[in-house]
Unconditional design. Structure first.
Length: 343
């Protein structure tokens, strides 16, 4: 009626949504959209999930769609992979990706390789998801980043969200994909609210796997990161902007397949590259980015060597002060930028 009278109605505003709620929305919408989708894992049903990602889903969809499993990653991952081969679309939650080591035979030898080894006749549409990388005060066996591990393996797609839009759009895309997808979330981001656009609030919203996002435009140096360190890069960029240094911040979103074209285009513009990750340095995500830039056309545009900012090359300590010194901080990114810019 107001529109008929010529009164302009403002578009629905963006809203604040936590990463936890964004993941919950994605699961809810995909369970509703496709009856082949189901969720399984430890405590995902009656307890609403160890991190409350699956809150309310068991009550809504019941025992056949949201399934509590025994504490046996190898067992329930094998069940999920077999279900995917039989035509269902499982979402397999690990309480932490450190525990996925118990099931790595199923993830790699069964899920990742089957489509190729069957000459394309057997698809394995499954999502392996859960918290990855360092949390807080949980020591070495709960703090490892597996982006480089799973990103190494042909047959897998690997995504690593930062914001709520990333989380929702990538999870929905992963569930709809016919390949096995590893989705590496971060526990410390679950309770963090991000602005979610009107478009992202739609049930049809997906983010294409394999496409990075430029979170901030800049001209002096390219910062490339994924997951929680993207926020650190933006904080560092805000500090450096006050000193006249304009950083371009790229959120990879996807580890495999990697959107190296977006990184190359940025390096051509800024002539400097710094990669930031929470994982270990040797054979890491940053190492792969640097190698790809070295081998490609953007190398000729570099005015200084690429610099990596990574986690320390040690198992994660338990003590907080040691933990803080093992994880890249904003000050470490600022130091790396100034080093590469020689300022």
């Amino acid at each position: 009626l107001q529109q008929r009278r010529g009164i302009r109605l403002s578009a629905p505003a963006a809203i604040q949504v936590t990463v936890r709620d964004a993941l919950n929305q994605a699961l809810d919408e995909e369970l509703e959209r496709d009856e082949r989708v189901f969720l399984l894992g430890e405590e995902v049903a009656q307890y609403d999930g160890a991190y409350k990602i699956s809150r309310g889903l068991w009550k809504k969809y019941g025992d056949k769609r949201v399934i509590d499993t025994p504490i046996s990653e190898m067992g329930f991952t094998g069940i999920a992979v077999g279900a995917a081969m039989a035509g269902l679309r499982p979402v397999c939650e690990f309480m932490t990706f450190n525990f996925s080591m118990q099931a790595i035979d199923q993830v790699i030898n069964s899920a990742a390789k089957t489509c190729y080894m069957s000459a394309g006749s057997i698809a394995v549409p499954i999502v392996f998801r859960g918290p990855n990388g360092a949390s807080a005060g949980v020591a070495a066996q709960h703090s490892q980043c597996f982006a480089a591990w799973y990103g190494h393996c042909p047959g897998l797609k690997v995504v690593s969200p930062w914001s709520s839009e990333d989380a929702k759009g990538l999870l929905k895309a992963s569930i709809r994909d016919d390949n096995p997808v590893v989705m590496l979330e971060n526990e410390l981001l679950y309770g963090v609210p991000f602005e979610m656009s009107e478009q992202a609030q739609s049930k049809d919203f997906v983010i294409p796997i394999g496409k990075a996002k430029i979170e901030k435009q800049g001209t002096h140096v390219t910062l490339v990161s994924h997951s929680r360190p993207v926020g650190h890069c933006l904080e560092a960029a805000a500090v450096l902007a006050k000193e006249g240094v304009e950083c371009e911040v790229i959120n990879l979103r996807t580890i495999r397949p990697m959107d190296i074209e977006t990184v190359e285009a940025s390096v051509v513009k800024t002539n400097h590259l710094v990669t930031v990750e929470g994982g270990w340095p040797q054979f890491g995500v940053g190492a792969e980015i640097c190698a790809r830039i070295m081998e490609g056309p953007a190398f000729n545009y570099l005015d200084a060597p690429a610099v990596r900012v990574t986690g320390a090359d040690v198992p994660m300590p338990y003590a907080k002060i040691l933990e803080d010194n093992c994880i890249p901080q904003v000050k470490d990114i600022i130091f790396a930028v100034k080093k590469t810019l020689n300022i």
